[in-house]
Design a protein. Structure first.
Length: 268
């Protein structure tokens, strides 16, 4: 199962206090609370679009909240006035449709393709949103069209754009997904490097909800006993976050139940 990224502010000291608060909640999987902080600013197209991104990410990680994400998306679409804003809203619609498709909620693959194509037509070649759009088109190519070659090309464009724009969160995702393609082709060393870089960036950013997937992926490239150690750590984080992201369920070790001491007096 693949996931996606939405980049934003609030990851470094000196950032806007609201964005810092949003990031701290988002990075720990508290998407509803983060979106609530932005609700009073929903008349601003940028804030409305950021709120959509949070709610769509919640859908991707939890499989829940689809109706709320759709409502927020319609609000953002209605409030968009520039091509950049319309393109950003189309990009989020494509991501929501992609998520519904890969999670088996409903087949919206055609909607995802159409929306991302619309975003590509609206966003200028030098738009700061282009790298994120390229990444999402890579996801579509890999996981819906089953075209790893097209996916790799899109991920590389997104990677270059993320590096140029200093977008470390998106960079962690481009590292991760290029590594997944490398592992698929048997390039274990390349995959190990990519997963390690993704994990490093997420740890530096404090992106807690992204740590378990990175640990689990890195475990696929490591020999024993390191692989077991990484999966155990991923499992610990997965349980700490309440079983998020849902696509890791069943892939991580479950610890044995804690022994219950015998009661000193009869219970019945």
């Amino acid at each position: 199962m693949a996931h996606t990224a939405m980049s934003g502010f609030g990851t470094t000291s000196g950032d806007d206090p609201l964005q810092t608060a949003v990031w701290r909640l988002r990075s720990r999987g508290c998407w509803t609370d983060a979106a609530a902080l932005l609700a009073p600013h929903a008349a601003d197209p940028a804030a409305a679009l950021e709120r959509v991104g949070l709610l769509v990410e919640r859908c991707m990680y939890t499989g829940e909240g689809w109706a709320e994400a759709e409502d927020a998306l319609r609000t953002a679409e209605a409030g968009a006035v520039s091509d950049e804003e319309r393109g950003g809203a189309a990009c989020e619609r494509g991501r929501l449709a992609y998520a519904a498709t890969v999670l088996g909620v409903r087949d919206r693959a055609d909607e995802a393709r159409t929306a991302l194509g619309r975003a590509a037509a609206l966003l200028s070649p030098d738009s700061p949103s282009r790298p994120l759009l390229d990444f999402r088109r890579g996801l579509l190519a890999e996981h819906i069209a089953d075209s790893p070659q097209a996916a790799r090309a899109a991920y590389r464009r997104a990677h270059e754009g993320a590096e140029a724009g200093g977008d470390r969160l998106l960079l962690s995702f481009t590292f991760h997904h290029q590594a997944r393609l490398a592992l698929r082709e048997g390039e274990t060393a390349e995959a190990r490097h990519g997963f390690s870089e993704a994990l490093r960036l997420r740890e530096e950013l404090g992106y807690l909800i992204g740590a378990a997937p990175a640990l689990a992926a890195l475990a696929d490239c490591e020999p024993q006993p390191e692989a077991d150690r990484l999966r155990a750590e991923a499992g610990r984080l997965f349980r700490l976050l309440g079983g998020v992201p849902i696509w890791l369920a069943g892939r991580l070790p479950v610890p044995p139940p804690r022994p219950v001491p015998a009661p000193k007096v009869p219970l019945v």
